[in-house]
Write a protein that binds this ligand. Structure first.
Ligand code: CP3
Length: 341
């Protein structure tokens, strides 16, 4: 008989055991198993075959015994059905980015049951494989603001200034785009839940570029709509963003069940201000995994100490695992948490 996953208990703010642990971007270039597959298949090929995506999703579970498996894919994959042409090299590159309101009119509404069947099948297979364990299956999507950052033409600007300029020049079109992305995402995550995802993580990686006021305009209402849809399907939502010092209070207003925060934020202070009303996930600086083993273990201990006795805590990094991260440090970090009593 499978028990309720620790991750779900923590998302319900009702975990009496040790905190669960998993790492964002836990599958990837720091693992030799992944590199081996990557030498034979392109990244898109790995995402487009449920058999390969299942293998990759399970690699960190088998190697480090994480408490949750995140389905292997990318936030850009649902663009496939929207009439957007993209590649990875290794970062995403859009061949036909949006540069005027007119470009938004030609975008289609992607149907997950037609355009992203592979990720749904991967989730079904993952769920089946992990059925008798107490590990959770996490589905995910990019959040509207972050996806818009990839869709909108940035050149000649850097650091996604192109998106903020587009929002300033074409306010109405920007809201149209965010609304379209929101409904695509709602269908996408709903299909992932139907396929067996135990929880959904929304990646709003670039939300920290917004002022708190603009977060309220361009991110909060759209994210809240998606979270409401996830709740209608009786699942919990983890909301991740980076550079969150000025927006984490606003992120809490989206109705997210869990805030995944970066290392610039003091978890202890957030926890006492929010009075354990939402779960918290994070927040070690991924660079710290390049330190000495003894230091990595101390970092895990510090997180556990800060959140000691909390029923709503999920150990994670403050952003994804970095390329070339020493594998033994990932193992030591995770083991320190899983052997914690
Ligand atoms: O967490 C996991 O292990 C699941 C897989 C996953 C990938 N991308 C695989 C991937 C997830 C959850 C993502 C989300 C994603 N993708 C985000 C949000 C999270 C974050 O890190 O901020 C963003 C912004 C992207 C866009 C993206 N995709 C970038 C910037 C890059 C290149 C740089 C990098 O970090 O590797 C990708 C490519 C990508 N997505 C790879 C992987 C494993 C590397 C592909 C390769 O092996 O060459």
């Amino acid at each position: 008989m499978s028990q309720e996953p620790l991750l779900i208990k923590a998302l319900k703010c009702n975990n009496d055991g040790r905190p669960p642990v998993w790492l964002m971007r836990q599958a990837g270039r720091y693992m030799t198993e992944y590199q081996e597959l990557k030498s034979k298949h392109s990244f898109i090929e790995l995402c487009s075959s449920s058999e390969l995506a299942l293998k990759v999703s399970l690699q960190p579970i088998n190697a480090f015994n994480m408490d949750a498996a995140i389905v292997f894919s990318d936030i850009l994959i649902p663009f496939t059905g929207m009439g957007i042409d993209f590649t990875f090299n290794p970062g995403p590159s859009i061949k036909n980015p949006i540069s005027s309101p007119h470009d938004i009119l030609s975008l289609s509404h992607s149907d997950p049951y037609v355009h992203t069947t592979c990720i749904l099948e991967t989730i079904r297979l993952l769920k089946k494989t992990l059925e008798s364990s107490n590990k959770a299956v996490i589905g995910f999507s990019g959040a509207p603001w972050t996806l818009a950052n990839y869709l909108i033409k940035q050149e000649p600007y850097k650091q996604f200034h192109g998106t903020s300029i587009f929002a300033e020049q074409y306010n109405e079109a920007m809201h149209k785009l965010l609304a379209l992305l929101s409904s695509v995402i709602i269908d996408y995550v709903s299909a992932q839940i139907e396929a067996g995802a135990d929880a959904i993580q929304l990646f709003d990686t670039w939300a920290g570029n917004l002022s708190a006021q603009d977060y309220e305009k361009f991110a909060l209402p759209y994210t809240a709509r998606i979270i409401e849809a996830i709740h209608k399907k009786n699942r919990h939502c983890i909301l991740f963003a980076s550079n969150t010092s000025h927006i984490w209070r606003h992120m809490a207003q989206t109705g997210a069940d869990c805030l995944s925060l970066d290392w610039r934020v003091d978890l202890g202070s957030v926890s006492s201000e929010l009075k354990d009303s939402v779960a918290l996930q994070g927040n070690l600086d991924p660079a710290k995994l390049f330190g000495k083993t003894s230091e990595v273990v101390t970092h895990a201990d510090n997180l556990l100490k800060t959140m000691q006795g909390k029923k709503n805590y999920i150990v994670n990094l403050g952003h994804g695992v970095l390329q070339n991260t020493p594998r033994e440090n990932v193992l030591n970090f995770v083991q320190r948490v899983t052997t914690h009593v």
